[in-house]
Write a protein that binds this ligand. Structure first.
Ligand SMILES: [Zn+2]
Length: 187
């Protein structure tokens, strides 16, 4: 399965509009998954999120005994391309699981988003909210002991959106982080 990310020439307004659509519509546009598979993936991720209603992302991590570690930059190599990640998780057997958060990446995405936030409430783009979204995404991987393949990536985004009641898909943050890196490498 390939991901078809929208063009880098999209304006920020177009980008925000794209990622505020339903997860079903976003995944329909970005992937070649069939609509039944998308519906099932979204349903299961939201159902899992609903079982933790009333807990915060940090609260759920603490309850499970999972550490949260703040990094300065986080480069992932799942794709072999070495892209910057918002977060990552570690669940090797024999040591406590951990969630790594890209602190400086979150701050850069926050600054970029707040310049062009449009009709969204600013509060969604302050670092604490972005951190909650990122932690939630990684919680999905730890709960399912699955990361790295694209289906679990997409499900983790749906889970994070539902768990935090975010008005946009956290796939937006990934797009903004890569945009920020591209902008900085040009300057
Ligand atoms: Zn992930």
């Amino acid at each position: 399965m390939r991901l078809r990310f929208p063009s880098h020439h999209q304006t920020m307004g177009e980008r925000f509009d794209f990622y505020r659509q339903s997860d079903e519509d976003i995944l329909g546009a970005l992937t070649d998954l069939g609509s039944l598979q998308i519906d099932r993936l979204c349903h299961e991720a939201r159902q899992l999120a609903a079982t933790f209603e009333g807990l915060t992302p940090r609260g759920l991590a603490a309850r499970e005994g999972w550490r949260i570690v703040e990094e300065t930059v986080l480069i992932g190599d799942h794709t072999g391309a070495g892209i910057e990640l918002m977060g990552e998780c570690d669940f090797f057997p024999g040591r406590p699981a951990a969630i790594m958060i890209n602190r400086t990446g979150i701050e850069r995405v926050s600054r970029l988003a707040l310049r062009s936030v449009g009709t969204f409430d600013d509060a969604w783009f302050h670092p604490p909210s972005l951190t909650d979204l990122t932690i939630s995404h990684e919680l999905y991987h730890l709960l399912n002991r699955a990361a790295g393949d694209r289906v679990s990536e997409l499900a983790a985004h749906v889970f994070a959106r539902a768990f935090t009641s975010s008005p946009f898909s956290p796939l937006l943050l990934h797009a903004l982080l890569q945009q920020d890196r591209a902008d900085r490498s040009r300057n």
